[in-house]
Design a protein around this ligand. Structure first.
Ligand code: FAD
Length: 353
């Protein structure tokens, strides 16, 4: 082991949450390093499907200090956002090391943490985890999933609509990703069915600050109690944009309850209705990528991690950003600021440094 003791803080992940944290650590002159598993800048945005235009996102918030100036809304989000993040890292000289995957974080025994990674082991006084969810797509257990002979893929692998031209596709899931996939697939004449466990929750009214606060408070309450977080989007509802309104009018967003099971060539509903499919697209969400923190034993018996703001209740050296209430681009920015304020205390550094 060759611990590099020059960094007080190790930030894991260089997406919106990690870069925002880096901005505030830099501002307060806290020695830190960011370890990022990505081959290139951009966090999860580098992997979004090519047909997701910036205009189709749910708003990508600026990183602190340097706005994303007048981006072309028609360009793919998977190009624009990574370019923006790359320029941010470069122009600010942020110490981001990649590709470096953190494999385990352990107790060092001297009050520090040992951060094991594909590039060796470092020690740190504090760790800010900003690893997002993209690397942990959630595939629900579902009857007949092994029997279906067609293609099955998850949002994380969705290549855009091209390969589905004229095909019959079952899209499963009640979130924004499912809605975007259905509208996307309609552009190539795919015949889709949308299946969700509960009727979709449409939000006709514009999103305002109060509604945002209520949604964030709901997720905060869950993580304070140590329950696994619901995604913020799951409590904000599905925004009804002009495109969504048009898709609803065209029947693209008609929804069915979940089938009872998949069968070799399609799916069967509880009333016996059988529908054939070429592909099933699971838009069933993601889970927080926290496996590397397992040696620290942060989880409560219920499976969640009890949080006090961004700080893990069981270990004040560890912060989670982009987790629970901060799992949105704006939430991640706010969390970056809150984390660094808290860490200044822990590290005994003056806030005015
Ligand atoms: P990420 O962007 O996922 O960054 C995490 C980084 O950590 C990655 O670079 C990854 O390589 C790295 N990493 C992971 N594990 C390790 C490890 N073990 N060691 C080292 N590095 C690691 N939110 C919005 O506010 N607006 C939107 O329009 C929006 N659209 C979305 C669309 C989709 C399809 C999805 C799935 C989510 C969307 N979200 C949106 C939520 C969005 O994911 C967050 O807002 C935000 O982009 C996540 O940033 P992050 O920094 O937390 O994570």
């Amino acid at each position: 082991m060759t611990p590099d003791r020059s960094a007080d803080v190790v930030v894991v992940g260089a997406g919106q949450a990690g870069l925002s944290t880096a901005w505030f650590l830099r501002k307060y002159a806290v020695p830190y390093v960011v370890l990022d598993a990505g081959e290139r800048p951009g966090g999860a945005w580098a992997h979004r499907w090519p047909s997701l235009r910036l205009a189709g996102t749910n708003h990508v918030h600026d990183l602190p200090g340097v706005p994303l100036r007048d981006p072309d809304p028609c360009r793919p989000a998977a190009e624009v956002v990574p370019e923006y993040f790359a320029a941010y890292e470069r122009d600010l000289g942020l110490p981001v090391l990649r590709p470096v995957r953190v494999t385990a974080v352990r107790e060092a025994g001297d009050g520090r943490l040992l951060v094991e990674s594909s590039a060796g082991t470092r020690s740190a006084r504090a760790l800010v985890n900003a690893t997002g969810t993209w690397t942990r797509p959630f595939w629900p257990a579902f009857p007949g999933r092994g029997a279906f002979r067609g293609r099955q893929l998850h949002t994380a692998d969705y290549p855009g609509p091209g390969p589905f031209r004229g095909e019959r596709v079952l899209v499963v899931g009640g979130g924004i990703s499912a809605v975007q996939h259905l509208m996307d697939l309609a552009t190539v004449g795919a015949r889709t069915t949308w299946a969700t466990r509960r009727p979709p929750l449409w939000r006709e009214t514009p999103w305002d600050v109060d509604a945002g606060r209520t949604a964030v408070a709901q997720v905060e309450e869950a993580v304070r109690a140590g329950r696994p977080p619901e995604s913020v989007v799951s409590v904000t509802g599905l925004p009804v944009t002009d495109d969504v309104r048009a898709a609803r009018a065209a029947g693209v967003l008609d929804r069915l309850p979940m089938p009872a099971r998949l069968v070799e060539d399609g799916a069967v509903w509880p009333d016996g209705t059988r529908r054939p499919y070429d592909a099933v697209l699971w838009a069933t969400g993601f889970r927080a990528a926290l496996e590397h923190l397992a040696p620290l034993g942060l989880r409560e018996p219920g499976g969640g991690i009890r949080m006090e703001g961004t700080r893990v209740a069981r270990d004040p050296r560890v912060h989670l950003v982009g987790y629970g209430p901060s799992a949105s681009t704006i939430g991640a920015n706010r969390a970056g600021r809150a984390v660094v304020r808290d860490l200044l205390d822990l590290l005994g550094r003056p806030a005015a440094a």
